[in-house]
Write a new protein. Sequence first.
Length: 99
Amino acid sequence: MPQHSLPLAQIAQLLDVPEDSLRALIAARGSDQGDTTLVGLTVAEAARRLGIGRTKLYEYVSSGAIDSVKIGSLRRIPAEAVNDFLACRLSATDFGAAA
């Protein structure tokens, strides 16, 4: 049985679901975080990595805040552009340092 850092029994109790059902849901979901080897991400994949919505990411793409390329009719975000975007945003704000 895999170890979890979260107290699943307590979480199940708070959610008012059987612990077995919660464990089954976690097992069924697996650890699918997407293909981390992809070089060109879809807008949805890049948005998921950034933790924002697709619409907001399209705004950043349209404004040129995050790089993207067209491949045929497809729009792709280079994986390194996601990191560059975050680094740029981090340096542009005073919230980069922890208090």
